[in-house]
Design a protein around this ligand. Structure first.
Ligand code: PLP
Length: 399
C-alpha cells in the first residue's frame, strides 16, 4: 500500500529509535548503560494510582467530554492561576493524550500548506516533524551555546516572515535545560508585539523539574498583551512520573481550543477517563513527590556535570531544569579511535560510545545542533557513575 506524502516527509522520533536500539541490544544479551531515557525512573505516586483504581471502581470507564473531565479542567485552571496568576475560563482549556498530542493538534488546527513555524535549535526532536506532518515549513533558528542555547530578539526578528504562524518556545528546554528569564521573555515579546500574525506555542512540560530559586516564568503572564496569542502546553508525564498515562493539556485562545476539540472529537473522542482521574489526583493532591524527586535529580545533575566536565575534550553547563545534560563533544571530533576510525560527527561519536563501552546517548544533530550529545540523568546514580567512567575511558582512548 502506498502511504501519503506526509509520512515520507517525516522520520520516526530519534529518541524512540534510540530506545528501540537499546531494547534490541539488551534482548541480544548486552548490558547497556542507557542514558537515552526521556522519562522519570520513578514510579507514579501511590495516591495517583489509587485515584485511578477508585475511578475504575466508581465506573468512570466511559467516554468523557472531548476536552477532558470538568474536574481535570478545573485542576488545570487552578494550577495556572496559582502558579502564574493566569486565568483561563473553561472553554480555553483542553486535555489530550499527552502534551505531544495537544501540540500536534494545535499545529493541525492552524497550519496550512507553506505556513512557517519558527523552531529554535537545539529543539525537542518532534517539533519539526510535527510541522512537516501538517504541511507546514519548519524554520530552524540556531541558538548557539554562546547564547546559552536561547533565542535572541535579533535572531527571532530575522526569522519572522509574513508566513510565520507560530514560534515554539520550550522552557525549560529539552535537550539543554535552558530556560528563559522574565527579562528574556519580555525582550522576545518586544519583537512579537510588532508581528501580530505570529502565535507562540509554549511547551512547559519540564516546568516543575526545576533547580533555580524562583519558579520558571511563562510568556503569557510576563506579557499580558500576548496572552491571546499564546497557546500554553503542559502535562503530567514528567512532573509526576506519568508518561504512560498519556495526559497533557493546553490553554489558549478559545477559537484555537475549539478547533482542537473538533479535531479531537474525530480523532480519539477524548483522553482516557481513568488517566484523567489520576491526573486530577496528581495536580490537586500532595506535592511532596515533586520536591523529593527534584532533589534527587539535582544531586544527579551536579554529579554527572562534574564527572563529565572532568573529561578532557568534553564540556557541559548544568541545566536550570529538566533531566538532561547537553554535552559539548566538539573538542573530540576529528580524533581517531583505537581501531583507526576517525570520528567525524557527533553521531559517529555516539555510535563509538555504544559500540566500545555500551553507553547509549543521543547525538546532538538529532536536536538540530551537531557537536553535542544528550545525556539523561533520569536513571540511577549507580548507572550514571558507571556510564560516566565508561565515557571517560572511551574519550581517553581517542588520539
Ligand atoms: N515536550 C517536550 C519538550 C518533551 O521532551 C516531551 C517528552 O519527551 C513532550 C513534550 C511530550 O510529553 P507528553 O508525555 O505529555 O506527550
Amino acid at each position: 500500500m502506498t502511504t501519503a506524502a506526509r509520512v515520507a516527509r517525516i522520520k520516526p522520533s530519534p529518541s524512540s529509535a534510540a530506545a528501540q536500539r537499546v531494547r534490541e541490544l539488551t534482548a541480544q544479551g548486552h548490558r547497556i548503560l542507557d542514558l537515552t531515557v526521556g522519562e522519570p525512573d520513578f514510579d507514579t505516586p501511590d495516591h495517583v494510582k489509587a485515584a485511578a483504581i477508585a475511578a475504575v471502581e466508581r465506573g468512570e470507564t466511559k467516554y468523557t467530554p472531548v476536552n477532558g473531565t470538568p474536574e481535570l479542567r478545573a485542576a488545570i485552571r487552578a494550577k495556572l492561576g496559582h502558579r502564574h496568576g493566569l486565568h483561563y475560563p473553561d472553554e480555553e482549556i483542553t486535555v489530550g493524550g499527552g502534551a505531544k498530542q495537544v501540540i500536534f493538534l494545535a499545529l493541525m488546527a492552524t497550519v496550512d500548506h507553506g505556513d512557517e513555524v519558527v523552531i529554535p535549535a537545539p529543539y525537542w526532536v518532534s517539533y519539526p516533524d510535527m510541522v512537516l506532518a501538517n504541511d507546514g515549513t519548519p524554520v530552524i533558528v540556531d541558538c548557539p551555546e554562546s547564547d546559552r542555547f536561547k533565542l535572541t530578539p535579533a535572531r527571532l526578528e530575522a526569522a519572522i516572515t509574513p508566513r510565520t504562524r507560530w514560534l515554539v518556545l520550550n522552557s525549560p528546554g529539552n535537550p539543554t535545560g535552558a530556560a528563559y528569564s522574565a527579562e528574556e521573555l519580555r525582550a522576545l515579546a518586544g519583537v512579537l508585539l510588532t508581528h501580530p500574525q505570529v502565535h507562540v506555542l509554549t511547551d512547559e512540560i519540564y516546568d516543575e523539574i526545576w533547580y533555580e530559586p524562583e519558579s520558571v516564568p511563562t510568556l503569557a503572564a510576563v506579557e499580558p498583551r500576548l496572552r491571546d496569542r499564546v497557546f500554553l502546553t503542559n502535562g503530567v508525564s514528567k512532573t509526576y512520573a506519568m508518561t504512560g498515562w498519556r495526559i497533557g493539556y493546553g490553554a489558549g485562545p478559545r477559537e484555537l481550543v475549539g478547533a482542537i476539540n473538533k479535531l479531537q472529537s474525530q480523532m480519539s473522542s477524548c483522553p482516557s477517563s481513568i488517566s484523567q482521574a489520576a491526573a486530577v489526583a496528581a495536580l490537586t493532591g500532595p506535592q511532596d513527590f515533586v520536591a523529593t524527586t527534584v532533589a534527587t535529580y539535582r544531586g544527579r545533575r551536579d554529579r554527572v556535570a562534574k564527572l563529565l566536565a572532568d573529561v578532557p575534550g568534553l564540556s557541559v553547563t548544568a541545566p536550570s531544569g529538566g533531566f538532561y545534560l547537553f554535552v559539548n563533544c566538539g573538542g573530540l571530533l576529528g580524533k581517531r579511535t583505537p581501531a583507526g576510525d576517525v570520528l567525524r560527527t557527533d553521531e559517529e561519536f555516539a555510535r563509538y560510545l555504544l559500540e566500545s563501552e555500551r553507553v547509549a546517548v543521543i547525538h546532538g544533530a538529532a536536536y538540530g545542533t551537531p557537536g553535542y550529545f544528550r545525556v539523561s540523568f533520569a536513571t540511577s546514580t549507580a548507572v550514571l557513575d558507571e556510564a560516566c567512567e565508561a565515557i571517560a575511558r572511551a574519550c581517553a582512548r581517542l588520539s
